[in-house]
Design a protein around this ligand. Structure first.
Ligand code: ADP
Ligand code: ADP
Length: 220
C-alpha cells in the first residue's frame, strides 16, 4: 500500500531530511512513526500524500507511482488517501456537517448521497448529535473526531495522521487512538506519527523510528 525504496529528500540549505529510506506497509496495517522533532516525520508524510516530491528514489502509494504521476492524476490519487493534522485544520465558518461533506462536494457527489454518507460517518465517530455546531463550540477531541470523519468520508485506502493527539489530553488521546484503530479494522491502512512513547508502548503495534532522516527501527 505504501512502498519507499532508496528515498532521499533534500531541502535547500542543503538539509537532508530523508536519507535512503526503505519501507513497506501493507494493506490494512496499523503503523506508528516516532522520532525526535526534526527527524523527518512530516517530510515523510508529505511524500506519501504527494504534497511534495522526493529528490530521488521510488515512492508508491495506493497503486500510484508518485515519481512519475502526472499533475492531472493527483486529484484522483488524493481520493485514495486521507490526512489528519495535529491542529485539526477545520474551516471555522462551516458547521461540522459542512466540514465533513467538503471532500464529497468537491468530488461532485449528489446531495442526497452526501447527506447519507456524512451522517453515517458522523455516527461512526460519535458526533451524530453535533452536526449543526461550529468547530469553535466543540471540544478539542470532538474537533479531531470531525477531522478524522472528513479524512475518511471518501473511504480512502490509506489514512496518515501527523501528531493527531498532540493537542489533546491523555484521555482524549486514547479515544482518538481507539477511533483510528477502528478505522484500521475496517480495512484502511493507518500510519500515525507521534511523540507519545507511552501510548506507542501500550498499543503494541508496528513502530518505525526515524532519526536524522534515517529509519533506525522497525519493531512491534
Ligand atoms: P519532523 O516532522 O520529524 O519534526 P520535518 O520533516 O518537519 O521533521 O523536518 C525534517 C528536517 O527538514 C528538519 O531539519 C527541518 O528543519 C527540515 N525542513 C522541513 N521542511 C523544510 C523546508 N520546507 N525547507 C527547508 N528545510 C525543511
Ligand atoms: P511548513 O514549513 O510550515 O511545513 P509547508 O509549506 O511545508 O510549511 O506546509 C504548508 C502547510 O501544509 C502546513 O500548514 C503544513 O502543516 C501542511 N501540510 C503538511 N503536510 C501535509 C500533507 N501531507 N498534506 C497536505 N498538507 C500538508
Amino acid at each position: 500500500m505504501i512502498e519507499f525504496s532508496h528515498v532521499y529528500k533534500t531541502y535547500p540549505g542543503p538539509v537532508h531530511a530523508l536519507k535512503n529510506v526503505d519501507l513497506r506497509i501493507d494493506q490494512g496495517e496499523f503503523v506508528f512513526l516516532t522520532g525526535p522533532s526534526g527527524a523527518g516525520k512530516t517530510t515523510l508524510f508529505k511524500m506519501i500524500s504527494a504534497y511534495d516530491t522526493a529528490t530521488s528514489g521510488d515512492v508508491k502509494v495506493a497503486g500510484y507511482d508518485l515519481l512519475s504521476i502526472r499533475n492531472s492524476q493527483i486529484p484522483f490519487f488524493r481520493r485514495k488517501i486521507g490526512v489528519v493534522f495535529q491542529d485539526f485544520k477545520l474551516l471555522k465558518d462551516k458547521t461540522i456537517f459542512e466540514n465533513v461533506a467538503l471532500p464529497l462536494q468537491i468530488r461532485g457527489d449528489k446531495n442526497p448521497a452526501i447527506h447519507r454518507r456524512v451522517h453515517e460517518v458522523l455516527e461512526q465517530v460519535g458526533l451524530g448529535h453535533k452536526h449543526d455546531q461550529y468547530p469553535e463550540f466543540i471540544s478539542g477531541g470532538e474537533q479531531q473526531r470531525t477531522a478524522i470523519a472528513r479524512a475518511i468520508i471518501h473511504q480512502p485506502g490509506v489514512l496518515i495522521a501527523d501528531e493527531p493527539t498532540g493537542n489533546l489530553d491523555p484521555r482524549l488521546s486514547e479515544e482518538i487512538m481507539d477511533l483510528l484503530e477502528r478505522v484500521c479494522a475496517q480495512g484502511t491502512t493507518v500510519f500515525v506519527a507521534t511523540h507519545d512513547h507511552e501510548m506507542v508502548k501500550r498499543r503494541n503495534k508496528r513502530t518505525l523510528t526515524l532519526r536524522d532522516g534515517i529509519i533506525t527501527g522497525d519493531t512491534k
